[in-house]
Design a protein around this ligand. Structure first.
Ligand code: URA
Length: 434
C-alpha cells in the first residue's frame, strides 16, 4: 500500500479496497503515515464519500487499532445505547441502568462534553467521588457485578479514532458521514456490546441540523453495526429544544435520579417515554424479545425501583457518594430567574442558545482543558407548548463560582424563548425509527 496512491484514488472518486483502508489506518496509528497524508485522505473522503462496504472497512480498521472487549463470560446478553449528543441529554443516566434492571449487561464507554453538547462523563463526575476513568479490567468487574458501568473511554479503545478525530477537528474534515460513522462505531464496536441502539439527535442543538442528515447518519450507523455482526437499531429524535428541564451537570443528574426515583413530573413525560423506548430497544435486541414486551418490562423496572437500584450500584462501584451529592446540591449558588414578559404559549426554546448560555456559565468547556463548575447550568421551568402568564418563571440560571456574567447570560437566555399567542403544532420527540 502506497499512501499517496490511496489518496489519489479517493480524490478521483474511486472506492478503496479493504486492504488499502486497513493498512492506511494501521500505518497512521503506528505513526508511519504522517498527519498530512491522513488529512489529505480525510478531505478526499469528505469530498468523495465512501460506500457502505468502505465505511464498514474503515470502522473495522479503526476498531481493531486498539483493544476490543468481549463479554463471552457473562451469563446475560450485552447492549449499549449511544447518543450523538444534545443539550440537556442526560438520558443515558436513566436508560443504561434501566436496561440493566431488565437483565441486560450494559458496558458503556462515554466521553466528555465539548462545546454546547454536554458529556455523560462530566455529568457523572458531578457526583463526588464518581471515577469515570477506570482501567478496562475494573470496567469489566463493574459490569459483571453491578450489571452496568458508565465509564470513560480509555487510551486503549480505538486509538486510531482519538488521533484521527483530533486531526479532523483542525482540518475541516469532521462533517463527513462515513468518517463520523467510522468514528462512532469504532468506539462502540471495541466496547464489545452485542446490541447497539443509536439515538441520533436532529435539530438546532444537535450535531446534525437537518432530518435528511440525521436519517442518513442513523441508517449508516445501523448498517455499519450490522455489518460488524451486531444487532442494531436507531431512533432519530428532536433536538430543537433542550431535552428535559435541566441543562448542566449536577442538575441533570438530579433530574435523572428523580425519574429513577419515580417522581412524577421530574422530567417531561415524552422524554421519560424516550428513555423507556431506547431502553426497550436495547432489551428487545439483546434478549430477542418482542418490543412491546420489552417496553412493559422497562416500565415495570422503572416503577418498582429496580432501575434506581442499578444506578446506585453503579455509582457505588465507581466510588461515587450520593450523600455527598445531596450536600453538593444544597450548597449556596448564585441564581438568576428569568420570567415571561408577556402571556401566551411557549412556542420555541432554542436548544443551541440555551446550550451556549449554560456553557458561558461554566457548565461546559470551550477547550478540552477548561474546568467545569458542576453546579452551573440552566433549569427550565417550562416546556414548548406550555401556557404562561406575564411574570411566570421561564428558567433559572445558576453558577457557584462568582456572580459575574449572570445578568448578561440571562439576557442571552431570554433570546432562546419565543412566546406566541397560539399554541404551537406539537412535534413528536421521536421523528423516525430505523
Ligand atoms: N462524534 C464522534 O465520536 N465522532 C465524530 O466524528 C463525530 C461525533
Amino acid at each position: 500500500m502506497v499512501a499517496k496512491i490511496v489518496i489519489d484514488k479517493k480524490r478521483e472518486g474511486h472506492a478503496l479496497g479493504s486492504a488499502e483502508i486497513r493498512e492506511f489506518i494501521e500505518g497512521y496509528t503506528k505513526g508511519e503515515i504522517p498527519d498530512y497524508q491522513m488529512s489529505a485522505l480525510a478531505m478526499a473522503i469528505c469530498c468523495r464519500g465512501m460506500n457502505e462496504r468502505e465505511t464498514a472497512d474503515l470502522a473495522d480498521a479503526m476498531t481493531h487499532s486498539g483493544v476490543c472487549l468481549d463479554w463471552d463470560g457473562l451469563a446475560v446478553p450485552t447492549a449499549d445505547k449511544h447518543s450523538t449528543g444534545g443539550v440537556g441529554d442526560k438520558l443515558s443516566l436513566v436508560i443504561q441502568p434501566l436496561a440493566a434492571a431488565c437483565g441486560v449487561a450494559v458496558p458503556s464507554l462515554a466521553g466528555r462534553g465539548l462545546g454546547i453538547t454536554g458529556g455523560t462523563v462530566d455529568k457523572l463526575e458531578s457526583i463526588p467521588g464518581y471515577k469515570c476513568a477506570q482501567a478496562l479490567d475494573r470496567f469489566r468487574e463493574i459490569v459483571g457485578a453491578a450489571g452496568v458501568s458508565i465509564a470513560m473511554q480509555t487510551e486503549e479503545i480505538a486509538p486510531a479514532d482519538r488521533k484521527l478525530y483530533a486531526l479532523r477537528d483542525v482540518t475541516g474534515t469532521v462533517a463527513s458521514i462515513p468518517l463520523i460513522v467510522a468514528s462512532i462505531l469504532s468506539k462502540k464496536l471495541a466496547e464489545g456490546a452485542g446490541a447497539l441502539v443509536f439515538d441520533v439527535k436532529c435539530g438546532r442543538g444537535a450535531f446534525m441540523k437537518t432530518r435528511e442528515d440525521a436519517s442518513a447518519l442513523a441508517s449508516a450507523l445501523v448498517g455499519g453495526a450490522k455489518a460488524a455482526g451486531r444487532k442494531a437499531a436507531a431512533l432519530v429524535t428532536g433536538m430543537d429544544a433542550p431535552l428535559g428541564f435541566a441543562v448542566g451537570n449536577a442538575n441533570e443528574v438530579r433530574e435523572a435520579m428523580r425519574v429513577l426515583g419515580g417522581e412524577k413530573g421530574a422530567m417531561p413525560e415524552e422524554a421519560v417515554g424516550l428513555c423507556v423506548e431506547l431502553a426497550a430497544l436495547m432489551v428487545s435486541l439483546a434478549k430477542e424479545m418482542p418490543l412491546d414486551d420489552a417496553r412493559s418490562l422497562c416500565r415495570e423496572k422503572l416503577a418498582d425501583g429496580s432501575a434506581k437500584a442499578k444506578f446506585e450500584a453503579m455509582v457505588e462501584a465507581h466510588g461515587g457518594d450520593l450523600g455527598a451529592f445531596e450536600s453538593l446540591l444544597g450548597r449556596p449558588t448564585f441564581k438568576f430567574r428569568i420570567q415571561a414578559m408577556k402571556s401566551g404559549y411557549v412556542s420555541e426554546i432554542d436548544a443551541e442558545k440555551v446550550g451556549r448560555v449554560a456553557l458561558s456559565l461554566g457548565a461546559g468547556r470551550e477547550l478540552p482543558s477548561d474546568r467545569i463548575d458542576p453546579l452551573a447550568g440552566v433549569t427550565l421551568a417550562v416546556q414548548v407548548g406550555d401556557r404562561v402568564a406575564t411574570g411566570a418563571p421561564l428558567a433559572t440560571l445558576e453558577k457557584s463560582a462568582r456572580p459575574d456574567g449572570l445578568e448578561t447570560a440571562a439576557a442571552e437566555l431570554y433570546k432562546a424563548f419565543r412566546i406566541a399567542p397560539a399554541a404551537p403544532e406539537p412535534v413528536p420527540l421521536i421523528l423516525e425509527r430505523l
